[in-house]
Ligand binder design. Structure first.
Ligand SMILES: NC(=O)C1=CN([C@@H]2O[C@H](COP(=O)(O)OP(=O)(O)OC[C@H]3O[C@@H](n4cnc5c(N)ncnc54)[C@H](O)[C@@H]3O)[C@@H](O)[C@H]2O)C=CC1
Ligand SMILES: O=C(O)C(=O)Cc1ccc(O)cc1
Length: 366
């Protein structure tokens, strides 16, 4: 008999996990979402095979339960699951961006001998909803697991087997360590991105030209500010203490920068940027992080008619798909730069090879 996976919350991440599990296993996927439209869409897109009318109805049939709702809702769902008479061998996991409060709530299940293993696939996008779900979303990304001390190695391995189709790299952390690290590299940058947008929005009230100027690089560095406000509200409320500490440190750091500028201390400003550059240049570029890298490739193109279509047709012939394309700079008679984005590292590598065969110079970093 086919095994059953029950996915609660049929959005970007729940949908992507369902598709990734289907890559490896011939299983029955039951879906549940408070939003009925999303259930219908998930069925139409064949992300799920059937729907459940309630959490209990899906949970009693499941061998694996994946909770993929915003983290405050995840807590409520855990409370509901704790009242259900589940199969004793079931594994329950979640995908929430915070882990400490969720693992605390999961004690309700653990006390009853039900296996709950916290999970966080560290890749995603600013898009929401099942229509953006992709089986390959988590390829090469870190997938953090936060098992409780009482969870056996066998159960952790069983969950990793279920999730093998994600092609992610599993990493076990304690919930505290998880929230501290993701606070710094994911949650806090979201606050900064949103604040940069607010700053420009305020200027735009006085001078609307700023919005037109903000179309290029500014859009890139603030992309994550377009993410779901519900999801990020919940994350900030869950990771309160860590984020308040980071905000305090950041404010002190900004005071230091203000002081350097006020004092016109060129040497200090130079070192501020140099040290940031050195650390950033040393970060791994091949791995997907929480804020995923785009697999970008920069191509020098001459400014003559047809140069862009030549590049795209070379790639099309090799069946390499481009997910985004942007002209960085083309002025009369000078070299322009095309920024091509790819789905993954392999596509980027292939593109680099074929373009080199056609004598195009390419760069991974500008
Ligand atoms: N978006 C991202 O890039 C990433 C998100 N996460 C985490 O994944 C979780 C889900 O995020 P997304 O899929 O992006 O959001 P989403 O907005 O695409 O999907 C969430 C779904 O959960 C449903 N939902 C809300 N409350 C529910 C409840 N009580 N019962 C059943 N369904 C409910 C919503 O109707 C929605 O369809 C969040 O906890 C988030 O922190 C983790 C990694 C990356
Ligand atoms: O859109 C982006 O780049 C993200 O930041 C994706 C993301 C969002 C939440 C997570 O917990 C992990 C990754």
């Amino acid at each position: 008999m086919k095994k059953t996976v029950f996915v609660i919350g049929l959005g970007l991440i729940g949908g992507s996990i369902a598709l990734a599990i289907k890559r490896k296993y011939d299983i029955n996927i039951i879906g549940f979402d408070v939003n009925e439209e999303r259930v219908g869409l998930a069925k139409t897109l064949q992300v799920i095979d059937e729907s459940a009318n309630s959490i209990e109805e899906g949970a009693v049939k499941a061998n694996l339960i994946v909770i993929s709702a915003p983290v405050q809702q995840t807590e409520k769902i855990i409370e509901q699951l704790a009242t259900v008479d589940l199969d004793p061998s079931v594994i329950i996991t979640d995908v929430g961006s915070t882990k400490k409060q969720i693992m605390k709530k999961a004690e309700l299940l653990l006390e009853k001998g039900v296996t709950f293993i916290g999970g966080h696939p560290m890749a995603g996008s600013h898009k929401s909803g099942v229509s953006a779900a992709r089986a390959h979303l988590f390829e090469n990304a870190f997938y953090i697991l936060t098992p409780s001390k009482q969870t056996s190695r066998e159960k952790i391995d069983e969950l990793k087997d279920w999730l093998e189709g994600t092609k992610a790299n599993f990493l076990i952390l304690s919930p505290d360590e998880h929230d501290e690290l993701t606070g710094a590299i994911s949650h806090f940058p979201h606050i900064v991105a949103a604040s940069l947008v607010h700053q420009v929005a305020m200027i735009a009230e006085e001078n609307s030209t700023v919005s037109r100027l903000a179309a290029g690089g500014f859009r890139d560095i603030t992309r994550i500010a377009s993410s779901s406000p519900i999801m990020w509200r919940d994350i900030l409320l869950h990771n309160k203490e860590i984020l308040l500490k980071l905000l305090q440190k950041w404010q002190e750091e900004m005071e230091r920068v203000k002081d350097m500028i006020r004092r016109m201390d060129g040497e200090a400003i130079y070192h501020y940027f140099l040290e940031a550059k050195q650390f950033r240049d040393g970060l791994p570029i091949r791995q997907k992080g929480a804020i995923p890298a785009f697999y970008d490739l920069y191509v020098d193109v001459l400014d003559h008619p047809g140069s862009i279509s030549e590049v795209t047709s070379i790639l099309a012939k090799e069946e390499i798909s481009i997910t985004n394309i942007r002209i960085i700079e083309i002025r009369e008679d000078i070299m322009g730069v095309l920024r091509l984005s790819f789905r993954n590292e392999d596509d980027r590598k292939k593109a680099q090879e074929v373009l080199a065969q056609h004598k195009y110079e390419t760069f991974i970093e500008m």
